[in-house]
Each structure stands twice: as structure tokens, then as C-alpha cells.
Design a protein around this ligand. Structure first.
Ligand code: SF4
Length: 135
């Protein structure tokens, strides 16, 4: 399975258990830095995130939240479903930055060393077969 396919299928699988309660949005320390998110209905933002992981239409609020994520993982402790929200947000972030179709929906930083660093860190946690298929 390709990395893009993994992002799509695993993100969608995790989204199935999400009730879009919004607790993760309320707990997120970055929400106030995402345009409109702190003032919005947290459940609405979460609904957009869940839809995005399913490959469905999302919302500007959800994309703003996804784009602001810094992987603090504070959301994980807030989730009543005990989901790994930080991982869900990671999948959403990669999808939003064009990992599946090359079309970024949130700003992508120009950083020529980014790919090499990602591959270096990925090698620490991937099997040899995953490295061969994904990197
Ligand atoms: S806290 Fe958990 S169940 Fe609630 S919206 Fe976030 S991920 Fe979904």
C-alpha cells in the first residue's frame, strides 16, 4: 500500500469512530491562532475535520484548524472516544498539504530540507519494507 493510500484509508477508518463532539477543538492550544476557530462552534469545526478525513467536502474553519496544528497532542487527552486525535490531525494535515493529489489547501512552507528530514525521522520507525515502498 502506498503512503498516500495509507493516509486515506487509515484517516477514514479513524474518522468512523469520531462523533464530532468538538472536545479536541476546545482543548487545542492552537485553535486561537486559526482564523475563526476560537469563535466557532467546536463541533462544527470537528465535523469538517472528520469529513475531510473521509474524503468528503470540508470547511474553511476545519482547514484553518488543521493548518494551525503543531502536534502538541493535547487533543488526545480530551477525546471521550480515546482516539489518537493527533494522528488523525497528522493525516488531515498531510492531506491538506496535497499528499494525496498534490493540491495544497493550506499554505505549504517552502523548505528544501523538509523532505530529507521527514525521511530521516521516518526511517527510525518504519520497517525496511515500508521504507522501500514509502520513501
Ligand atoms: S474529541 Fe474525539 S470524538 Fe470528539 S471530535 Fe475530537 S476526535 Fe472526534
Amino acid at each position: 500500500m502506498s503512503l498516500a493510500a495509507r493516509i486515506a484509508t487509515e484517516g477514514a477508518r479513524m474518522a468512523e469512530a469520531c462523533t464530532a463532539c468538538g472536545a479536541c477543538v476546545q482543548a487545542c492550544p492552537m485553535a486561537r491562532f486559526a482564523t475563526g476557530v476560537a469563535q466557532a462552534d467546536s463541533a462544527e469545526v470537528a465535523t469538517g475535520m472528520r469529513a475531510f478525513l473521509r474524503g468528503e467536502e470540508t470547511s474553511p474553519l476545519a482547514l484553518a484548524w488543521i493548518g494551525a496544528c503543531t502536534r502538541s497532542a493535547v487533543c488526545n487527552n480530551a477525546c471521550p472516544e480515546k482516539l489518537d486525535v493527533a494522528l488523525m490531525m497528522r493525516f488531515a494535515s498531510m492531506r491538506a498539504r496535497g499528499a494525496l493529489d498534490g493540491v495544497p489547501l493550506v499554505p505549504v512552507k517552502a523548505d528544501s530540507g523538509w523532505s530529507a528530514r521527514v525521511k530521516g525521522f521516518a526511517r527510525l520507525g518504519l520497517t525496511e519494507q515500508e521504507q522501500a515502498e514509502w520513501l
